[in-house]
Design a protein. Structure first.
Length: 116
């Protein structure tokens, strides 16, 4: 089971990107029971949680992204989104979506590169 993230790219500091994640068919029937989250891993660093969202829409953010990132989900379409605004160079990472706590397998992630 791998959730595939998309929407990454190269953006200048201060810019915006919107990441998307689609649940594979194998978990669509239980997607609405999962807390979903976005994670990121920068080169040489451990993977960290960026934001999470419950089925009911309650959200939680890492201090480093509060006020800049917004997580959302569409339970009918089994998708999770991450709107990233006011991007900084330190946001450069590979971004992954997964459940929280995470499922065993991780997707490939999507690379976000913020140039200063």
């Amino acid at each position: 089971v791998q959730l595939q993230a998309s929407g990454g790219g190269l953006v200048q500091a201060g810019g915006s990107l919107r990441l998307s994640c689609a649940a594979p068919r194998t978990i669509t029937s239980v997607f609405n029971s999962y807390v979903m989250a976005w994670y990121r891993q920068a080169p040489g660093k451990e993977r960290e949680s960026v934001a999470s969202i419950t089925v009911g829409g309650a959200t939680n953010y890492a201090d480093s992204v509060k006020g800049r990132f917004t997580i959302s989900r569409d339970n009918s379409k089994k998708r999770v989104f991450l709107q990233m605004n006011s991007l900084k160079s330190e946001d450069t990472s590979v971004y992954y979506c997964n459940a929280n706590p995470p499922l065993k397998e991780w997707g490939q992630g999507t690379l976000v590169t913020v140039s200063s």
